[in-house]
Design a binder for this molecule. Structure first.
Ligand SMILES: Nc1ncnc2c1ncn2[C@@H]1O[C@H](COP(=O)(O)OP(=O)(O)O)[C@@H](O)[C@H]1O
Ligand SMILES: [Mg+2]
Length: 263
């Protein structure tokens, strides 16, 4: 297992190539469900190592955009490039964490993490190292039903990291857990993102979370208006929740959401 203070080779590389080409480039010209236009002219690029928070009114298409980015919805016009490449993506390119952990109930925690290794999954050193990183080493042989909601979400994060994806997409990952657990999971996510040098696109309805974790907060408009605003968070990570600058940035995001008629 890598030590918590040591950066992975990829994390170190990310630190050194700040202004590189975008790692993830998303361009959705049009996405419809039947007659209904859900997304139009959405363009979003993430730099290597960047964390982008995506906010917007309920129903504006955030989850739809994330599913498109993950390759789970192919019924759209536009393109998705990972590392300048628009070939079909695999688990080494993109990992996903949903609101619910989506663990397999018949597999233990370690097998869930190592799921991508094959069937039946045989937990290896990487799976066990990840479990240690997310604070679940003692639960490796537990079944998902024996975990708390927060623990299950930690397992989902470990599973998403198992394939060493370059980009991690998260769709309101902490909205089902209590406030204290949520804070711990936010700190955990900031920590693993830094250590693994992974680029994050985080959908959240929690404005505090958006500015605490993101380098930018992108506002998706309602009625297929595309990205209507963006608030930069020019503060070094990791951040302190009580930082007065974060409070000012939260207000900026709130104003942007008001202007977008999202509130
Ligand atoms: N599979 C689907 N079929 C039809 N409509 C859908 C489907 N999935 C989502 N929608 C609709 O698309 C819109 C955007 O949904 P979604 O992306 O889940 O929004 P958000 O995540 O921003 O709340 C909503 O109006 C939703 O009802
Ligand atoms: Mg959603």
């Amino acid at each position: 297992m890598s030590s918590p203070t040591r950066l992975s080779a990829r994390a170190a590389a990310v630190t050194h190539e700040a202004a590189a080409a975008p790692l993830l480039h998303l361009q959705v010209l049009s996405k419809r469900f039947g007659e209904r236009q859900i997304l139009r002219d959405v363009s979003l690029s993430l730099q290597p190592g960047e964390i982008v928070s995506l906010v917007g009114a309920s129903g504006c298409g955030k989850s739809t955009l994330l599913r498109i980015a993950a390759g789970l919805d192919k019924d759209f016009t536009g393109l998705i490039r990972v590392g300048g490449d628009d070939r079909p993506r695999g688990p080494h390119d993109i990992g996903v964490v949903f609101q619910e952990p989506r663990l397999f109930p018949w597999l233990d925690v370690a097998q869930n993490v190592a799921f991508a290794a094959g069937s039946p999954p045989r937990p290896d050193a990487r799976a066990l190292g990840l479990l240690e990183e997310v604070g679940l080493a003692a639960q490796a042989r537990s079944l998902p039903k024996q975990l708390s909601g927060g623990q299950a979400q930690r397992a989902a994060i470990a599973r998403a990291l198992y394939t060493e994806p370059r980009v991690l997409l998260l769709d309101e990952p902490f909205s089902a857990v209590d406030a204290f657990t949520r804070m711990k999971l936010q700190d955990l996510l900031a920590d693993v993102a830094r250590r693994h040098g992974v680029t994050l696109l985080l959908v959240t309805h929690d404005i505090e979370e958006a500015v605490l974790l993101g380098d930018r907060v992108v506002v998706l408009g309602t009625e297929a208006r595309g990205i209507v605003d963006e608030v930069a968070v020019p503060l070094p990570r990791p951040r302190e929740r009580r930082d007065a600058n974060l409070a000012a940035l939260r207000t900026q995001v709130l104003d942007a959401l008001h202007a977008a008629h999202a509130l």
